[in-house]
Design a protein around this ligand. Sequence first.
Ligand code: PEP
Ligand code: MN
Length: 348
Amino acid sequence: MIISMRLHATRDEVDAVCVRIREFGYKVHSIEGAQRVVIGAVGVGDVTACLESLEAMPGVEKAVRISAPYKFVSREFRPSKTEIMVRGVTFGGGEFVVMAGPCSVENERQIMESAEAVARAGARFLRGGAFKPRTSPYDFQGLEMEGLKLLDQARRATGLGIITEVMSDRDVDLVAEYADILQIGARNMQNFALLKTAGKCGRPVLLKRGMSSTVKELLMSAEYIVAHGNPQVMLCERGIRTFETVTRNTCDIAAIAALHELTHLPVILDPSHATGKRSLVPALSRAAVAIGADGLLVEVHPAPEKAISDGAQSLDPSQFREMMRDLEPYIELWKRSRPKTTAAAAAE
Ligand code: PEP
Ligand code: MN
């Protein structure tokens, strides 16, 4: 933190500020100019409380934080990328991982057909919500327990890993029993009770960016999960709210590159929620590969016109197959431009 004192602040005011900084557990380094004193505070502590307290003190003009408010998820803390291995598949390493499936688990036939179709096309994980966050309380809320059992059945039939959403801290243990990756949705990005509980569970978590959240807030939410004991977190850009109405959300594609600079955690793009339109999904998926995302989360439904949720943005199996085929040359380039991972380097 840097604390800039007012012009001609008194000696007593400067001394009182230094005492308060030390009370918060920081070391004081002050620079005394002819007219103004600037104080640096260095160390670990409750920065927010300290800043608020200092700003209220006589003689203080401004108190600002200079280091990032997140630590464990930052690149400075861990310069090499985090690799998350799930069922033999590594996120954040040398593989571009595709997770695909319907928005919601609807019934046995729908999820089994989806699983077989996405597995044949090269996806490594099956997505599908059993607990659905819906804007209207009258919309389909998900099959819950029955949905989890159907996902398990699809995993056993195809060998795909399962990613599914958990909406409440009360359901973390239950969903973790069935899922290989827990999804925390956009609407729950700042559900701090859920983030803390996800921090205590042993499953990897895919954390989606809230639709009105900044990249910094996304990183702070990831920090919650890591600080509570779970380092296996990946981030997902899924579009944000803007004034634009042509697409359901506005895909902040630059956030993916920015996140790679700011954090070591794997970054995934969801091109389905980012656009809301199936025709735009292949183009955005190419963009995700080009910008260096670690994978995709894509909605695919055996009959999108009959989907209970998000049919308009779901690809059908043949569209998904075609997209996966068209992505191949881009993924080849992605692999060549990828920094060597520790696992790949060790194998050589
Ligand atoms: C979903 O993945 O189906 C979903 C509800 O996503 P989001 O939380 O990004 O809206
Ligand atoms: Mn959806």
